[in-house]
Design a protein around this ligand. Structure first.
Ligand SMILES: [Zn+2]
Length: 413
């Protein structure tokens, strides 16, 4: 489910032939430093709902999806992450009592960070062929308006999903690990998941046998800190179980998925399969975090749920915070929100007319990614005009702070 053809029109035969060659590339997600084994049980109090923004960055008509196609993917996520998928009944006996309801719902955002009504879907034409694998000064063009892609909405608060031509041999999807954001390996503006356009949604324009939306389920698993069943490094196809099974590198750091060093890439096994005999139990090849065909990946485990909820609390607390979008200014969150520090009189084209209601204010202006665009200080109370050098007109966040109190206001510039 995790590899994509490098050209659009490929036969099923080619799928079958190619996976043995490129199996290691089917999912390009990686974390060089996975967070450790999770022993704690972080059972959620109640299910959360994550607002989703889909950026469909298309080069030609084949890459432009319909809203129906996009909505079908959201439906798949709500089945898979709530153990409500109809194909759960195929889970083999060993894993039936390990199936987890992840207690995570997904909904297309119904408003943008400014509070305006929005469909949660951004259709963004691009002139860059294969934009998903294009970079400018280390930045992935796909994730930036000014590089031909589509800029993320506040990545603390929204799950940003880019659907485009990833143009990366054999890759169907990439999910950014929360540890990659925490370590700075990946810029915050690129946080989210990227899905090959013909692997997105159920039916419709998606290409069989990867037409049930499981690529996105898998990549969001990475986004929530899940590793592949065999761990961070894909075992070689000729891996000798006697050598590979004891090797600690081949492990997903989840206790209830048994040791597995076969990827079953592009296959759809059935029954009892065990790549590491004598290591506890059979392979959980039916897990979403493997490489089997869409129809054969059907479950998460309780152990994975614990790992995901620990990751939410540790790395992605914004997704647990219902007020996140209101406070969506990265790096300036303080506990005390006030509304008596300033008044905004007027804002347009980089000009701000402001009234400071108190002396000695520290000001900051941030774009929707939470990046500081400008900062200044006002010493006196009263009205003044501030010019700011904005790169892109549109929504920004104006912040004034004094003595630990903070006022935030969305402004259009
Ligand atoms: Zn993967």
């Amino acid at each position: 489910m995790i590899y994509a053809p490098s050209t659009i029109k490929l036969s099923v035969l080619f799928f079958l032939l190619s996976f043995t060659i490129n199996a290691q590339d089917w999912c390009a997600s990686r974390t060089t430093n996975p967070s450790p084994w999770v022993e704690l049980t972080a059972t959620p109090v109640t299910a959360i709902t994550i607002p989703v923004v889909v950026h469909n960055v298309y080069y030609d008509d084949a890459q432009r999806l319909t809203e129906t196609q996009i909505q079908s993917q959201i439906a798949v996520l709500n089945e898979d992450f709530r153990s409500a998928n109809a194909d759960l009944d195929q889970v083999i006996n060993w894993y039936q009592n390990k199936i987890a309801d992840m207690e995570i719902n997904f909904v297309l955002a119904d408003q943008d960070p400014l509070g305006n009504p929005h469909s949660g879907i951004i259709f963004s034409p691009t002139s860059i062929d294969g934009i998903g694998n294009d970079f400018t000064n280390g930045r992935r063009n796909l994730c930036y308006d000014d590089l031909g892609g589509s800029s993320a909405w506040c990545t603390d608060c929204y799950l940003n999903i880019w659907v485009a031509d990833l143009d990366f041999s054999g890759v169907a999807g990439i999910g950014i690990f929360p540890t990659e954001i925490a370590s700075g390996e990946v810029p915050r503006a690129e946080d989210g998941v990227y899905i090959q356009y013909d692997r997105f949604g159920r039916g419709g324009t998606a290409t069989a046998p990867y037409d049930l939306g499981r690529t996105c389920t898998h990549e969001i698993g990475h986004y929530l800190n899940l590793l592949h069943l065999w761990g961070n490094v894909t075992p070689p196809s000729n891996c000798n179980p006697g050598t590979c099974c004891p090797d600690p590198v081949y492990d997903d750091l989840v206790a209830d998925t048994e040791k597995q060093v076969w990827t079953y890439a592009g296959l759809c096994p059935s029954g009892f399969q065990d790549s590491c005999p004598g290591n506890g139990g059979p392979d959980n090849y039916q897990n979403f975090m493997g490489f089997v065909e869409d129809a054969c990946a059907v479950m998460f485990t309780q152990g994975q749920k614990d790992r995901v909820w620990n990751a939410l609390q540790t790395y992605r607390p914004g997704l647990l915070n219902p007020d996140c979008i209101e406070q969506c200014v990265v790096g300036t969150k303080t506990p005390q929100q006030v509304n008596n520090l300033f008044k905004l009189i007027y804002s347009l084209h980089g000009e701000l007319m402001l009234e400071a209601l108190t002396p000695d204010l520290d000001w900051g202006l941030y774009n929707v990614l939470g990046q500081e665009v400008a900062s200044w200080r006002s010493e006196l109370a009263g009205g003044f005009t501030q010019w700011v050098p904005i790169a892109v007109e549109g929504m920004h966040f104006l912040v004034a702070q004094k003595d630990g109190a903070r006022q935030v206001r969305k402004v259009l510039l």
